[in-house]
Structure formats: structure tokens, C-alpha cells
Design a protein around this ligand. Structure first.
Ligand code: GLA
Length: 405
């Protein structure tokens, strides 16, 4: 979900001077490390933010998602230190955090941004790993609180560093569950498996088709450039309004509905069984929640089929249908994102939708490469007309998942 503090919504500062192979973010992590600990890190580990192409609020219903990684990323510069002591500083936080094995006895002792770091150490230890003490310095271009998974990026980068520093036996395919456990049980946010899977398992030039029940993945080619297309990520700048409580409420409502229907999860309601399932639900609100999840799973499958056939343009209407379903049935959009989607479509976007958990965050707009500027202009002017804070935007391509630099 979101990190506790709001942050920059641009692609982050770019350094004017020459940079290392890891780029400006890695350089900032190195500088932070040297300044805090007075020595060089032994290595750098990076994990990206993510956007979800389609499949929203389907992950915790055991369904399907199709995210891709962003080139905006979080970098951890790290080195071991003796004993069971972990120290972390971040360019985004004034105070460093330090904790020992005793502080990890139960969740809740380390709070704020440090909880994401402590949660990863805690989850590794819970899984039986011997985690080496470490010093970490964090730098990031993933905007905070914009629905691009800055928290999963932080968890995954810290996890990658600790796995390597400790020589731990934890294959990448098993890392998402562990990072999710850190977020669910240590930080206390009841999220699904999508974000951690995306930031760890995505591949450059591909979207990640993930079955959230089995965790089977397929890397689906998603070459926007070759198709003459662009993907805009528009930051709605909408303040998150009660996002955490509303997220938990949606999740509870889906779980109740599955129980009422006698299935393990809403994924088990087939699209052609939806009409019948709806007649067996007690109230209109629950019916709409279920309709969103079941139709959204189907839209993911349809999107994957189109991408496999090389028909990227035809995905547009599915994106827009997903947005309408989130707005009308799942009720997780806000005026800013609805405005951005409408304006983008009216300026020629092939499809547009809010991405992520909702109640603000970012909008994806799939556009012909030549239409990117007019679409941004249309959204900006629609915002001005309504008196909203001007939106941010960045053009993205599918990037790789977590890696050692
Ligand atoms: C947040 C959660 C994910 C997922 C999305 C909605 O990003 O972290 O697990 O549920 O919302 O699709």
C-alpha cells in the first residue's frame, strides 16, 4: 500500500554530473552510505515501482493480474555488520532506524518507514533464515503514496540485499510471499501478492501474467515502442482518502461474498456463472463488488489473449471498462482520477484506467506515441477547469524486476 509520508511525484532529481553504471539513484544511495557509515558499501540492490496494466483487487480474491515494472526504482546500498543489528538510513527520511533481534520479538516495535525494513528481517527470520546484521542506505525515485508500490520496492530491494549478503537460499519465486508477509503481518497492511510479485518477478519489455492462487507466472511480451504506442502514467495528485480502511473493507466484503456463495474465493465464480451467483447474494452493494471482481478477472484473461496475438491497441477498451467497473461497482475511484481518465479518452487515448489500490494514485493511459502530448495537455486543462492540483506525468516502458546492480 502506501508509505506513511507523502513525497515527490516527479521522476525524481537527475544528477548533472557523470553517474555510475547504477545511475543517479545508486549514486545517491552510495553517497548516503558513505556519509552515514564512513565507508563504501559492498554492493547495490535495486527494485522497481510497478504499474498494474489490468486486474485490480483481484489478487486477494485468488484471481489474475497483469502488472509491469517501472524504470523508477529504489536502490539499497549495503554492507554487513557484526551481530544481529540492522541500521538503515534513507534520503527520504530525516532519522535513521536501528533495531536488534530483540526488537523483532513481535511486530509493532519498529514503526514508520523502518517497519518495512524490520518487517523483511522479521519475515526472513520467521521463515528460518539466519539474517546477517547489515547497514543499509536507501535512495529512491519511486514516488511515495502514488499507488506505484513504493513500499513493495523498498521491501524487495532490502530483501535482495539481505539474501545476497547472507548467502541465503531463497529463490526469487519464493521472495514475493515473504515480502508480502512483512507487509501484512509486520507493517499491518492487508495487501495481496501482486505488488511484491511484480517488483521481484517482472521482466523488461514484458507484463507479468500472474495467477495469484498458484503464483504461476507467464511473461507476456508488451513492446509499446515497436507498436508505435506509449503508456502514460498520470499522477492524479489526489490525496489518499481513508485508503487503508476502504481497502480492508473491500477485501472483507469479497471474502464474505465468497463464503455466501460457498466458494474458496471469488476467482471460483466463473464469468458465465456470474448472473446466477448475483441472485444468491444478499444486497446490491455486495453484488456490485462481486461483479467487479469476476468481470475484472475475465478482462485480464482477455487482455492477455490480445497481447499474445500482438494486438496491443485492442487492449484499450478493456482498460477503460476496468476503470468504469472500479468507479461504478467497486467504488474506489475519486473525482481526480475519473477526470483524468475522461480527459485522456476525449483527447484520443486508446484506453485509460486508474492503477493500484484506489482512492487516488495514478492513471494509466495507452496512447499513440504521437498523442502523448495532447493527452497530457487535455488532462492538465481538465484539472485546471475543476481547480484540482496540477497532475504529474511520466511516460513508461516495462522494466526489469529486482536485481543486484
Ligand atoms: C494494492 C495492493 C495489491 C492489490 C492492489 C489492487 O496495490 O497492495 O495487493 O490488491 O492494491 O489491485
Amino acid at each position: 500500500m502506501t508509505r506513511p509520508d507523502a513525497g515527490p511525484t516527479s521522476a525524481g532529481p537527475t544528477s548533472a554530473g557523470p553517474t555510475s553504471a547504477g545511475g543517479p539513484v545508486a549514486d545517491r544511495a552510495t553517497a548516503g552510505f558513505r556519509q552515514r557509515y564512513g565507508e563504501q558499501p559492498v554492493g547495490h540492490w535495486a527494485a522497481p515501482g510497478r504499474a498494474n496494466l489490468i486486474g485490480e483487487h483481484t489478487d486477494y480474491n485468488d484471481g489474475f493480474v497483469l502488472p509491469f515494472a517501472l524504470s523508477l526504482r529504489t536502490v539499497v546500498a549495503a554492507a554487513g555488520q557484526p551481530g544481529e543489528v540492522w541500521t538503515a538510513c534513507s534520503e527520504l527520511a530525516r532519522e535513521p532506524v536501528e533495531f536488534t533481534a530483540d526488537d523483532l520479538a513481535e511486530p509493532g516495535r519498529v514503526t514508520g518507514w523502518g517497519a518495512y525494513v524490520a518487517g523483511v528481517v522479521w519475515a526472513l527470520r520467521e521463515a528460518g533464515h539466519t539474517v546477517p546484521g547489515a547497514r543499509l542506505a536507501i535512495a529512491s525515485d519511486v514516488p511515495l503514496g502514488s499507488g506505484l508500490s513504493s513500499s513493495a520496492a523498498l521491501e524487495a530491494a532490502v530483501l535482495a540485499a539481505l539474501v545476497d549478503l547472507g548467502g541465503l537460499d531463497l529463490p526469487a519465486a519464493q521472495q514475493p510471499r515473504l515480502a508480502q508477509r512483512a507487509e501484512n503481518e509486520y507493517v499491518g497492511a492487508p495487501t495481496g501478492i501482486m505488488d511484491q510479485s511484480a517488483v521481484i518477478r517482472c521482466r523488461e519489455g514484458h507484463a507479468l501474467f500472474l495467477d495469484c492462487r498458484t503464483e504461476a507466472v507467464e511473461h507476456i511480451p508488451f513492446d509499446l515502442d515497436a507498436a508505435g504506442l506509449a503508456m502514460l502514467v498520470i499522477d492524479s495528485r489526489a490525496p489518499h482518502r481513508h485508503a487503508d480502511g476502504e481497502y480492508a473493507a473491500r477485501r472483507a466484503s469479497c471474502e464474505q461474498a465468497a463464503r455466501a456463495l460457498g466458494v474458496p474465493a471469488l476467482r471460483d465464480v466463473p464469468a458465465d456463472g456470474l448472473a446466477d451467483a448475483l441472485t444468491r447474494l444478499p444486497d446490491d452493494e455486495t453484488r456490485r463488488r462481486v461483479r467487479h471482481v469476476v468481470t475484472e478477472d475475465q478482462r485480464v484473461l482477455d487482455t492477455v489473449a490480445l497481447l499474445r496475438a500482438g494486438r496491443i491497441r485492442d487492449v484499450g477498451p478493456l482498460l477503460t471498462a476496468s476503470h468504469d467497473s472500479m468507479r461504478d461497482d467497486f467504488e474506489i475511484t475519486v473525482p481526480e482520477v475519473d477526470t483524468a481518465v475522461r480527459a485522456a479518452l476525449s483527447a484520443g487515448a486508446l484506453g485509460a484506467r486508474m492503477t493500484g489500490g484506489g482512492f487516488g494514485g495514478c492513471v494509466l493511459a495507452l496512447v499513440e506515441a504521437a498523442s502523448a502530448d495532447p493527452v497530457v495537455a487535455a488532462v492538465t486543462s481538465a484539472y485546471a477547469e475543476r481547480g484540482f492540483t496540477a497532475p504529474g506525468h511520466v511516460t513508461v516502458l516495462p522494466a526489469p524486476g529486482a536485481t543486484r546492480l
